[in-house]
Design a binder for this molecule. Structure first.
Ligand code: IVH
Length: 696
């Protein structure tokens, strides 16, 4: 791979980079075997962009940097397909498939086992045709009515799975490659998750995602949609002859760098077709892309020609569809689920309905905004959809069937699990149960966080142990940790070993297990002696990370002062905005959380409190201090901490507003500036004297 260090002339480096990028696309989309990371890929792209910027004469229209072209004005041009893009006849039952095979047997005078088929997933995207001339991609079009489609070349260029130049050699003068543009399931999920976060419109399904994206007039928009492509047929070919079979043609397309679904197989006779249908049905949910059935194609072109066409569909191919993924049912009620971090997610409880072969009784509604957007109410008739292996979701409401008196839904005010208040901070899409310390739904996460290294740092008490402690009923709340004995840990270990089918270590190596349990008991004991900032961080209040916990501890000095503070006072703390203040206030407003804190203190968890709200009313309150140069007796961070503890704000640059500058050894431009502005200058001794006077 060419690197920035290589000393080759720009022209060669550009060529090397392009080859490396095209190779990476080929490995990723065609071979499904990437050998470089996304970051490496991005870095190759950036280097190529930079080189092309610096050497415009080296830029070419088919460079991978040119995938995003200009916006189309006034819609898309029409494209007349050189060969019509046909559709497929559908079958929904095994009998219909048997009829299809029987017709072929009769027309070709062959018996069932002699018939060879290419069997393929029926991709659920948008059919397109790609025209390559002498190996270069020149035009791409949608199917349209089969005869005339739309020219979406610029948008197709943004799809990395579509090669701008064919690989290998002996390319036909003209070849039209047909296939499906689709949106991979994972990309669809990520896209919708982001849209939901931003309150933007979500895509109803990956197919709409692909179709809508290709019809964007601005290729820049298409480029941001994660689309992919699989080839499944050819149209017009000039200047070369294709192999004798469809499957050999697909293999040739692959060699030319066009992605073909890895699920394409050979099958023999009716039984082979039905076996493939069942297998793909089983795999459907775990495939990375959406399919709505499978397609059977007679493999030999001479047999295809003999079979011919009826109306607009070939007699040599058949689409065998899966049961529908969208069904209609009635919402009985709307409930909420509390997640591991307290997020309250609404879901619909519905009359059971078969969707894509699975009985569904619940469907997610994602969040409050989504419920409002859909306006779904108890009693409504809704369309439910299963997209792959994701949880079923409500797609839309059939308003015509809404019963009279159906009432809009509101988020409950209290958590169904623990009874704590549910609060949604302004500007957030998620509502949360505020009972972080007491809610059974959040218990495990809360304890894991509490024990983590930067919180109370209980060495050895990791995820697994906590899970087992909860599973075997040894702890119900955080404070229970402090009542755990050696025997509790040994019992937990024995039960976990039994459950996992291990020889109990307690029996095998009694001493080892005892040592392990002793260490844990000691670590728990040691964690009792902590600091206010660690304790605050350990509480797991949403949005309160280490820095905020530190600022809160410094500002309020004691836990009681913090618990009594209103939202307005909380926002006075540096680092704390209205949303964070809301989370903190809501957390302490929940009396169950206060109860859990009291239990922890009673169990012996303690820290040093500074008696007063020193910082706010401290001797340096309202003053802005700047540190410069090296201080001999204390580090920069420590000096900053101590000054802040006295109420000062420590700034990074000198201005007229600076109260004084503390100048250490080798102070530079900041000192000069202070002098020129006439700002008071302190030396280290003066600072130390002040700190000493205030017990810092
Ligand atoms: S072959 C003459 N193969 O299904 C046959 N089509 O109903 C042309 N489709 O418009 C199509 N996966 O969008 C073929 N493996 C596959 C397919 C496939 C999906 C779509 C395609 C076409 C529609 C026909």
């Amino acid at each position: 791979m060419p690197t920035k260090q290589d000393g080759r002339p720009p022209k060669q480096r550009v060529a090397g980079l392009r080859a490396a990028i095209e190779d990476a696309n080929y490995r990723y989309y065609v071979l499904d075997d990437p050998d470089i990371s996304d970051a490496e890929y991005d870095s190759l792209m950036r280097e190529l962009e930079a080189l092309e910027d610096a050497h415009p004469e080296l830029a070419t229209p088919d460079s991978p940097t040119r995938r995003v072209g200009a916006r189309a004005t006034g819609g898309f041009a029409e494209v007349r397909h050189a060969m019509a893009m046909l559709s497929l006849s559908n079958a929904f039952s095994d009998e219909e498939v048997a009829g299809f095979v029987r017709r072929i047997e009769q027309m070709l005078g062959l018996t069932d086992p002699e018939l060879a088929f290419s069997v393929e997933p029926k991709l659920d995207g948008l059919a397109i045709s790609l025209r390559y001339e002498a190996g270069a991609f020149v035009q791409g079009a949608t199917r349209g009515d089969g005869t005339v489609g739309e020219d979406v070349t610029a948008n197709l260029c943004t799809i990395r799975a579509i090669p701008l130049k064919l690989r290998g050699s002996h390319h036909p003068k003209v070849i039209e490659v047909r296939g499906e543009v689709y949106m991979p399931k994972a990309a669809f999920e990520v896209f919708n998750e982001r849209a939901r976060e931003r309150g933007e419109r979500t895509l109803a399904n990956p197919r709409n995602g692909a179709a809508g994206s290709l019809r964007q007039l601005d290729p820049g928009v298409t480029a941001r949609r994660p689309l992919a492509f699989y080839a499944y047929a050819v149209g017009e070919v000039q200047g070369a002859s294709l192999p004798d079979t469809h499957s050999a043609t697909l293999a040739q397309l692959r060699r030319w760098g066009l992605p073909v679904s890895p699920q394409v197989e050979h099958a023999q006779g009716l039984q082979g077709l039905l076996d493939y249908y069942r297998r793909m049905g089983d795999q459907r949910d775990s495939l990375p892309y959406e399919i709505d059935g499978v397609v059977y194609k007679l493999d030999r072109y001479d047999q295809q020609n003999e079979m011919g066409y009826v109306s607009r569909a070939p007699r040599w191919a058949l689409a065998h569809k899966f049961p529908a993924q969208e069904r209609s049912t009635v919402v009985e009620s709307i409930e909420i689920n509390i997640g591991r971090t307290g997020a309250a997610t609404p879901f619909a409880v519905m009359q059971p309905v078969q969707v894509g072969g699975v009985t569904v009784t619940k469907a997610t509604l994602h969040n409050i905004d989504q419920v409002a957007r859909l306006d779904v109410r108890a009693g409504d008739t809704v369309i439910v959809r299963r997209a792959g292996d994701v949880i079923p979701e409500v797609v839309r409401v059939n308003l015509e069937r809404r019963p009279r008196g159906a009432k809009p839904w509101h988020m409950p005010s209290h958590c169904p699990v623990c009874g704590s208040a549910i609060v949604r901070e302004e500007g957030e899409s998620v509502a949360r149960c505020t009972g972080g310390l007491v809610c059974a739904a959040q218990r495990k996460e809360a304890i894991v966080h509490f024990a983590s290294r930067r919180a109370l740092d209980i060495d050895g008490l990791g995820d697994r142990n906590i899970e087992d402690l909860i599973a075997f009923d040894c702890v119900h709340s955080i404070a229970d940790l402090y009542a755990l004995t050696l025997d509790d840990f040994l019992r937990m270990k024995r039960l976990a070993d039994e459950r996992d089918g291990r020889t109990p270590e307690v029996a095998k190596k009694g001493k080892v297990a005892t040592r392990w349990a002793e260490k844990l008991v000691d670590a728990i004991e040691a964690s009792k002696d902590t600091t206010l900032e660690r304790f605050l961080y350990a509480l797991g209040i949403p949005e309160v990370g280490e820095a905020t916990a530190k600022a809160l501890a410094r500002h309020f000095g004691s836990l009681d002062a913090l618990m009594d503070a209103g939202e307005a006072e909380l926002t006075e703390v540096s680092d704390v905005g209205p949303i964070v203040a809301g989370h903190i206030a809501a957390f302490f407003a929940e009396h169950r959380n206060r109860g859990a804190i009291a239990a922890l203190r009673k169990a012996g968890v303690h820290w040093q409190e500074s008696s007063a709200r020193l910082a706010a009313g401290g001797p340096l309150a309202g003053q802005t201090v700047v540190l410069t140069g090296t201080l001999a007796s204390l580090g920069r961070e420590e000096a900053k901490d101590r000054l802040e503890a006295l109420g000062a704000k420590v700034a990074g640059s000198v201005s007229k507003k600076t109260s004084f500058v503390v100048a250490g050894e080798a102070a530079g431009s900041k000192l000069d500036k202070a002098q020129s502005l006439g700002v008071e200058i302190w030396d280290e001794a003066k600072l130390l004297a002040l700190l000493k006077a205030h017990g810092h």
